[in-house]
Design a protein around this ligand. Structure first.
Ligand code: LLP
Length: 424
């Protein structure tokens, strides 16, 4: 699952004690394991190998340049959702023909940048957007390819309502019952070839059935289009594969592949995947130091120096992140919150921000903690730093990449000057 391992009573990232790193860079700190990142990428690549897919890592999950460069070196393309992500991917050396650009509200400058870069596909989310792309491509006298993002109207249990995207009445894509006519009309375009189909049904999707349902509907649509003389040669099945937060709750890449590969294997379609979380989530932890311990009513609060501005997922989605000291008195048998020792206490782990919603865990069993102890928040590589902000004028955390027994800063901790940049 990852390369964060307890050895001799302390937490290591690969070969490096986490405490050694934070002694030098301070807290809060995001620490990523290169080996974990590569392993998760390779597992997906191997599981889907019969389809020879183009894997386009989803930049939004963790877009640090060093992370992108490491995945590019593995052969990855990129799924981007803004001009900024396109900039990041290109700066990390991405092959533009391996970039797909999604998003319901692409602006003209963003589209023009992507046309200039010569990206692989625009993932189109509405009729208006398609004809706007045609207009802009014609203005530049360039030709490009596009996929229609189809909303297949499938649901997925266990996915938070805020991250479910494949259901009718969400803002994403074009309803599947409107898609056929869309392709027919788009065939009249002269600068954009709409010969691909894009799906992204949500994140995380913890079972394979929603993919089977969505791909089944997409293949029927492609068949109907073929009968009308319209050829779709590429299918992008999006991202959404789950990661490990509580332990073994996520299907492995092979389990998704076992259901998906047979559906697509003999279709002749080129296949794209857009995994984000399943690659980056388990590759990162957030390390924070206990500032104070206090009792408030019946609750015991562990106040740490990271906050919701550093990792917003617990309060935004009620998501579970396993938390454990970096130098614990006893080891975690599992990632679930269970009593492991009679000494364990039921606590809330909270940050210093002025909102009651600023918490990482509520009613969590943890060993007794004291001021100065270090805590690791696991499975924080995806949508962790990427969703962080400067709320309460808190400089964003430092990011570290570990490779075996070496480590380096891949993003400096922000300074107070960074907080006011552009204001004076
Ligand atoms: N492709 C598209 C078009 C997407 O919108 C997304 C994620 C992905 C791929 C990658 O999905 P992944 O493989 O990472 O599940 N902030 C939320 C997750 C939002 C996902 C948004 N779209 C969270 O922290 O859980």
């Amino acid at each position: 699952m990852d390369h964060f391992i307890y050895r001799d009573g302390q937490l290591y990232c690969e070969q490096v004690p986490v405490e050694d790193i934070v002694r030098q860079v301070g807290t809060p700190a995001y620490i990523y394991s290169l080996a974990t990142l590569q392993t998760h990428y390779q597992r997906i690549a191997e599981a889907f190998a019969p389809l020879h897919p183009l894997i386009c890592y989803s930049v939004k999950s963790c877009g640090n340049l060093a992370i992108l460069a490491a995945l590019r070196a593995c052969g990855s393309g990129f799924d981007v959702v803004s001009g900024g992500e396109l900039f990041r991917a290109r700066r990390a050396g991405a092959d533009p023909s391996k970039i797909v650009f999604a998003g319901v509200g692409k602006t003209d400058p963003e589209i023009n940048d992507a046309l200039d870069a010569g990206i692989g596909w625009f993932n189109i989310e509405s009729e208006e957007e398609f004809w706007n792309l045609e207009r802009l491509a014609a203005q530049k006298s360039v030709h490009t390819r596009a996929a229609l993002r189809v909303n297949p109207d499938v649901t997925s249990h266990g996915t938070h309502v805020k991250t479910l995207t494949g259901k009718k009445d969400t803002k994403f894509g074009v309803d599947i019952d409107r898609a056929e006519e869309f392709y027919v009309q788009a065939a009249a375009a002269t600068h954009v070839r709409l010969n691909a189909l894009h799906l992204h049904i949500g994140s995380p999707i913890k079972t394979v059935q929603p993919y089977v349902d969505a791909i089944g509907k997409a293949l029927q649509l492609i068949q109907r289009l073929r009968q009308r003389g319209i050829r779709v040669d590429t299918i992008d099945i999006g991202g959404g594969f789950a990661a490990f937060y509580e332990g073994n709750e996520a299907p492995h890449a092979e389990v998704y592949a076992a259901a998906i590969v047979p559906l697509l294997q003999n279709t002749g379609l080129k296949v794209l995947l857009e995994p984000g979380r399943s690659i980056s989530c388990n590759a990162g932890i957030l390390v924070s130091r206990v500032q104070y311990v206090k009792q408030g009513g019946r609750r015991k609060f562990i106040i740490v120096d990271a906050a919701m501005n550093d990792l917003i997922r617990p309060t935004l989605y009620e998501s579970y992140h396993f938390i454990w000291p970096t130098a614990p008195t006893h080891l975690p048998a599992s990632r679930l919150s269970t009593l492991r020792s009679p000494d364990d206490e039921l606590v809330d782990v909270v940050g210093p921000i002025c909102e009651s919603g600023d918490y990482f865990a509520q009613d969590r069993h943890l060993p007794p903690l004291r001021r100065g102890d270090l805590l690791a928040l696991f499975s924080a590589g995806a949508y962790g730093f990427a969703m962080s902000s400067q709320y309460n004028a808190r400089p964003r955390a430092v990011e570290i990449l570990v490779d075996g027994s070496n480590w380096r800063i891949i993003r400096k901790r922000e300074s107070h000057e960074d907080l006011i940049r552009g204001e004076e």
